[in-house]
Design a protein around this ligand. Sequence first.
Ligand code: DC
Length: 241
Amino acid sequence: MVDTAPALKVAIDGPAGAGKSTVAKLAAKRLGYLYLDTGAMYRAATVLALRKGLSMEEPDEIAEAVAQAKIDLVPAMNADGSPLLKVFLDDEDITYEIRSREVSLMVSPLSTIGPVRDSLVAQQRRLSQNGGVVLDGRDIGTVVLPNAEVKVFLTASAAERAKRRMREFEARGESVAYDTVLQEMLERDKRDSTREIAPLKKAVDAHEVVTDGMSIAEVVDKILELCANAKVHERSRRELI
Ligand code: DC
């Protein structure tokens, strides 16, 4: 049967540790959509800057390096069948490296560089132009895809988010004290929310989902329900044209 359902653009924004990438990846799989983790793109740009020995004092050089680089996101699968997004920098797999603490500390300042954002946003829009995409980040509903049919602002209490981040570091064998993780996360949130260009902000038409006490499956179901409603709405809108 030919699927005539409209291919939606789904924007998922929110602060660090809200669980965006976990649920966005699963929602994309269930919808049969392409998943783009835009934070991973900023992280790949950070790996590039670190490897080139560039500091935040050299924003033009960082922007130039990012404009020249090839950053690819490739859907793959974990051994347990769960979806995984591989990140490549100039064809080298850097999926593991982008989650290091060193990268986590530099990515937020780096993402304030306007020309770096311009390069990455252009790539995000190009990959989204035909719909059938789920993007997660900070500025998807406000800047990258302001016309997305589904916008979700995913959040959770700072304590819950810090706990999740700490478990991620532990799984990598990087042991960091809870207070340090919480402190660094709050600093990152503050910088991401107060920066001049494309700050983290709930779009006026976004649905806020607070995930404290919700299971991953419940959050994914909530997003799919919003998508199902948007498809009905989009179908009737098209019939009226
Ligand atoms: O989602 P994450 O923690 O992997 O994102 C890493 C950083 O990238 C985050 O501190 C802010 C930045 N970012 C951004 O500025 N815009 C996006 N669309 C996604 C991430």
